[in-house]
Design a binder for this molecule. Structure first.
Ligand code: CTP
Length: 401
């Protein structure tokens, strides 16, 4: 449980203003949040100062406003570190197309972009721009990148724009942004709950350049990790090779083979309250991987394969197992195989999907199997499905507490 002190500390927000006409709404947002007892630290880009003055923001927030990496407020010029550590979330409102592009590419050429890069807390971004700028392929690409990086995008909304045009690109209203921030700061339902997840494929070496692997992008496992983090859980993510970046706040353990994944799980499982095995673990490894590259010859090649440890089976068989959730990707007979797999693995919940529909895709549909029967989580993007799955897991987990 969080102590009262920790709950008070969760009410600190760093509000970043960038240079758009909606910067004046940042003033209203500050007032609304300060009225709710939230401490606001304002940081403005140089461009933002052309739209609203730091003096206004200082008067509303009751704190000196930072506008430069080289400001007078910190003696050691480490404002980007101290500011990003002294807050529980950063919200950029308004976020211009330019600032979004900088975030997406990890640029750090002023205080606000640098502290965003240096942060170890959630980042919320409220875009505000002309509709053409919003719809441009570059901005859309940058937004997709931010979502993939675990950034929460708030809006924009449709409506009349400062330039007189009509369309998508208006910043969400301050009342709506304030509501989102307050919800975000509420004590989290999974505070103190420890999740251990496996995700992605494993890779079993044949020789230095070849190996056996399973098709898995890791997207579903990473989305579940992110959904758990959003609810305040502590997440350890043991991942096989993927092209994904770790969700912010997760403790990522990179592994390659099933044996390494098994070892990492054994190391971390004692702490776990909930174990979710999303990884597509290779069922076999090569008995004797060659140290040197195998040269082709005219004849065939026979490889001896030995079974890998069943990681989920091991965890569910522990004397005091965490709440275990398994995954099954089936190509056919999904209902029959999944229900049987849940019994064999002795786990309370198994989530199944059809491989044809899931692998590498950005969306997914899951069928959950538990003691009560089957539940369908309808097709949606993987983060939405992950959030719904997590709700189901939490309900079952709480019943058993
Ligand atoms: N799993 C695991 N360790 C393994 C194999 C699988 O932890 N060595 C986990 C997966 O992460 C998944 C579940 O077990 O949560 C189901 O895996 P799957 O490979 O589909 O099941 P198997 O028992 O291997 O059955 P089959 O290959 O016959 O479908």
């Amino acid at each position: 449980m969080h102590s009262i002190m920790e709950q008070i500390q969760t009410k600190r927000i760093l509000l970043g203003l960038t240079g758009g006409i909606a910067a004046y709404k940042g003033a209203e947002l500050t007032r609304l949040l300060v009225n709710q007892g939230i401490q606001i630290q304002v940081v403005m880009t140089e461009a933002a100062c052309h739209f609203i003055t730091p003096t206004t923001m200082q008067a509303l927030s009751g704190k000196p406003v930072f506008t430069s990496q080289w400001g007078e407020h910190t003696a050691d010029h480490m404002a980007h570190i101290s500011l990003s550590r002294a807050t529980d979330a950063i919200i950029i409102a308004p976020a211009t197309a330019d600032f979004i592009a900088k975030l997406a590419h990890g640029l750090a050429d002023d205080l606000l972009s640098t502290l965003c890069l240096a942060r170890n807390c959630p980042l919320l971004v409220a875009p505000a721009m002309n509709r053409q700028m919003w719809e441009s392929p570059a901005t859309q690409r940058n937004i997709r990148q931010l979502v993939a990086d675990g950034v929460t995008i708030l809006g924009p909304v449709n409506g009349t724009q400062a330039c007189g045009e009509e369309g998508m690109g208006r910043m969400q209203e301050p009342t709506e942004l304030a509501h989102t921030v307050l919800t975000f700061l509420k004590p989290k339902s999974l505070s103190g709950v420890k999740f251990l997840l496996t995700a992605g494929p494993t890779y079993e070496a044949i020789d230095p350049v070849r190996g056996i692997t399973n098709r898995s992008s890791g997207k579903m496992g990473y989305a579940i990790a992110q959904a758990a983090l959003e609810l305040g859980a502590e997440v350890t993510l043991i991942s096989g090779p993927t092209a994904l970046s770790s969700p912010h706040g997760a403790a990522l353990v990179n592994v390659t083979s099933a044996a390494e994944m098994f070892e990492a799980v054994q190391k971390h499982v004692a702490d776990a309250d909930i174990f979710i095995a999303v990884a597509a673990v290779a069922d076999y490894h090569v008995a004797q991987p060659r140290e040197q590259k195998i040269k082709k010859s005219s004849g065939g090649l026979t490889l001896e394969l030995l079974p890998n440890p069943d990681i989920l089976g091991y965890v569910s068989g522990l004397p005091k197992p965490p709440f275990c959730v398994g995954f099954a990707a089936e190509s056919h007979n999904l209902h029959e195989y999944a229900a049987t797999k849940r019994k064999i693995k002795k786990i309370p919940l198994l989530a199944a999907n059809l491989v044809q529909q899931a692998i590498g895709a950005n969306d997914n549909e899951l069928i959950l199997f538990d003691d009560a029967g089957e539940h369908v989580l309808p097709r949606a993007d993987k983060l939405t499905v992950a959030r719904a799955l997590l709700q189901h897991i939490v309900n079952l987990y709480r019943q058993g507490e």
